[in-house]
Ligand binder design. Sequence first.
Ligand code: SAM
Length: 212
Amino acid sequence: MPDGHVTGLEHAPAVLEQARATAAARGVENIRFAVGDVHALDFPDDTFCVTHAHQVLQHVGDPVQALREMRRVTKPGGIVAVRDSDYATMTWYPEVEGMDGWLDLYRRVARANGGEPDAGRRLHAWARQAGFPPESITASASTWCYRTPEERVWWSELWADRTVASSYARLAVDGGHATTEELSRIAAAWREWGAQEDGWFAMLHGEVLCRV
Ligand SMILES: C[S@@+](CC[C@H](N)C(=O)[O-])C[C@H]1O[C@@H](n2cnc3c(N)ncnc32)[C@H](O)[C@@H]1O
């Protein structure tokens, strides 16, 4: 839609600054950014043709309320589109000591922070609870797979860094879920997996397209 306009909404102002810089660097001008909370969107009813949340609802305290808000701000005939991963489905090869501990820790910390790491499988149910009639909901699933050396390095370094230096790492330690030494061991496990020539990692996402 070359004549369309996009509004990017984000809770964390610092992330929004990065998005603004990326859009400016790419010469994208039909976009504006707003700080906001998906539970209570600061837009009138029937504002957007498409309202999309990608890997967001797994982090929020009330995903059903978020979907109600997304529906409210979408025009009749428009679409609410959501995709979230489902952590319990994440699987990899070969087995590396510490990786199972990573998944268990991540899911515990995410839940302690009010989120639902296995959101993917729940999206269609949340959409129905938010008031979308079943016949207006199209549910699907897709996968991501990391296999090439470049993909393995990117994915393993992302998680190794996130495990020791991020808001997730702080929550893990402050909440008593892990010590900094345990986080360092998990980061090392990620790097060890990333260095495996036969390394393979896959995850499942749940998706819904809801007609308003
Ligand atoms: C995993 S990131 C996904 C970012 C991006 N959509 C993507 O797919 O790469 C989740 C984002 O949701 C934002 N977020 C969390 N809770 C939110 C809320 N209540 N309202 C709006 N954004 C929120 C976080 O700040 C974070 O930037």
